[in-house]
Design a protein around this ligand. Sequence first.
Ligand SMILES: *[C@@H]1O[C@H](CO)[C@@H](O)[C@H](O)[C@H]1NC(C)=O
Ligand SMILES: *[C@@H]1O[C@H](CO)[C@@H](O)[C@H](O)[C@H]1NC(C)=O
Ligand SMILES: *[C@@H]1O[C@H](CO)[C@@H](O)[C@H](O)[C@H]1NC(C)=O
Ligand SMILES: *[C@@H]1O[C@H](CO)[C@@H](O)[C@H](O)[C@H]1NC(C)=O
Ligand SMILES: *[C@@H]1O[C@H](CO)[C@@H](O)[C@H](O)[C@H]1NC(C)=O
Length: 606
Amino acid sequence: MGTLWSQERPPEEEQPTERSRWWAPARRLLTAVLLLGSLLVSFVVLFYIFRSCGPRPCEMPACRDLLEYYRASGNTSAPPCTNFFSFACAEAEGANTSFQALAEENKRRLQRILEAPQSWPPGSGEEKAFQFYHSCLDTDAIDAAGASPLRQVIEELGGWPVSSNWTSLDFNRTLRLLMSQYDHFPFFRAYLGPHPIPPHMPIIQIDQPEFDVPLKQKQEQKIYAQIVRTYLTYLNQLGTLLGGDPGQVQQHASLSISITSRLFQFLRPLEQQQAQEKLFQIVTIDQLQEMAPAIDWLSCLQATFTQMSLSPSKTIVVHDLDYLKNMSQLVEEQLSSHSDFLQSHMIFGLVGTLSPALNSPFREARKLLNQKLQELMGRPPVPAYTREMKCVEETGAFFEPTLAALFVREAFSPSTQSAAMDLFTAIKDALVTRLRRLPWMDEETQKKAQDRVTQLQVEMGAPGWAMTPVLTSQKHSEVHLGPNFLQSFLSGVRSRQARIIQSFLEPFTHHRWQVSPWGVKAYYSVSDHVVVFPAGLLQPPFFHPAYPRAVNFGAAGSIMARELLHVFDQLCIQQAAIMAPWGDHPAQPGPHPPATLLPELCPGDV
Ligand SMILES: *[C@@H]1O[C@H](CO)[C@@H](O)[C@H](O)[C@H]1NC(C)=O
Ligand SMILES: *[C@@H]1O[C@H](CO)[C@@H](O)[C@H](O)[C@H]1NC(C)=O
Ligand SMILES: *[C@@H]1O[C@H](CO)[C@@H](O)[C@H](O)[C@H]1NC(C)=O
Ligand SMILES: *[C@@H]1O[C@H](CO)[C@@H](O)[C@H](O)[C@H]1NC(C)=O
Ligand SMILES: *[C@@H]1O[C@H](CO)[C@@H](O)[C@H](O)[C@H]1NC(C)=O
């Protein structure tokens, strides 16, 4: 060993003394020990540093629930090496995604709120909401009343040739009542919305109606025939339940279907409207009256929008003028040949929308229709909702302001809100910093982009007024309960319609929310330049103040980032934005512009 080492020694050590012979290995040993020692110390120090700085396991119940959720959402029988996504997340079964599961959980939460024994001040919104919910659940009382509440409604509308006293039709009166008292629009839809052109003042808009049944002729002939048969069966059931003569009912039902089918033929697809650059037209009520004379536009609109004072020279937005012209022609044709069928058509449509408030034979018939249509359209079956869930939905629709406050109190504490706001601010700041560093963007564009982000408003949880008890209770003063559930339901319908119109007419102090606070859909409104994250979305498994930051950034954070990027849609498509009011267009399922309208400049998801 000595010789081995000696070869490496420097020349001056060629003559080692007795002392240096043992000192050298000892020194090496000492060095090694020192080295090892310092390594050990650094490991210990590093370990402590990392332990106190790095993420620690989260032991909060929220985190344990999340872990359970993650574990349960994977599919352990999927092969991780070939399909890791399926292994980790499983394929969404049918249409049940995490968002839908959360939406259902939020409704169950509302249900728990509505079922908790509480006492509220008499006449308050809360008390009415609770009473409404419980009378909705009381199907025995609804069934005991039978069809007579519905018959009464039909009498008020001028009767129905198949089942009641019927003299002659006052078409304009029936239509006016349907629009103003029942929120039902059989031939076209009228609503208040922001003007397509800035400054987006509220303006009445006329659009295609929402049909009870999809009768597009483009469908496969066989499917089309099946849909017609299914719907005919349903209408026959309705007529018979109302005491009509089966032969006569069959005739009226067939004609109603043919009216719907013809109206469908008049619809122009959005792409075609866009190609013809006719996404909307601005006309006066007088001009519309000339072009579509079958309808008494002024009186129908005035009855519906009572809060506004209308005149023949008032301008309105028309979304598909050709449809309205053809529709008017059809109505005139029908009025001259068989006006009683037109009345039937309107009544059939109304009865369909009132189903949830009717006795069980009507509800069963409607449920069967929905199931069969779903099947025929090749869609996944609608979940079999319990009566409780249905009633939660109806109560939520009519008493939204009250339930919003209750939901937020229960599910979105101020500390949750401030944590969510911090998350959003962090993402927004990161975006602004990034924007500053983009080398390919010229200065002017960069400034514009930054301004858009910094000027953006954000609303979280619920609309501001929902948290002000006085304002909330004012919003329900109109709902009257009784004497039967159908009448309570109709009162709710009217109150909701008035509330929505009113919300547009109030002097602009806040953004008008397009989703329920317990909903799970975030959105960006072009006209108000505001992003909205409802309380229903900022819930586990997407968000919780106790989650590790990475989880919140990855889940709720990515949703926030996505909405944040929508503020740039407008920068690229200012031209198109002037043409389409998609920011607040209720006809579209989402608040974003339809993808087909976006020019090449703005690729990516919309
Ligand atoms: C789980 O994975 C297996 C194998 O790929 C598959 O057959 C099964 O349908 C999957 N189950 C779910 C719920 O995704
Ligand atoms: C969707 O999934 C959730 C849990 O994963 C479950 O609770 C809920 O009942 C499901 N909903 C439907 C309609 O299948
Ligand atoms: C028809 O009118 C008469 C008298 O107005 C009334 O007694 C009767 O109940 C009505 N019939 C129906 C089915 O409404
Ligand atoms: C409805 O009112 C319009 C406008 O006043 C009128 O032209 C039309 O003839 C009326 N329809 C019926 C059936 O009375
Ligand atoms: C709509 O009306 C126009 C003009 O009257 C007519 O040319 C067109 O064929 C009609 N459309 C349908 C689908 O009937």
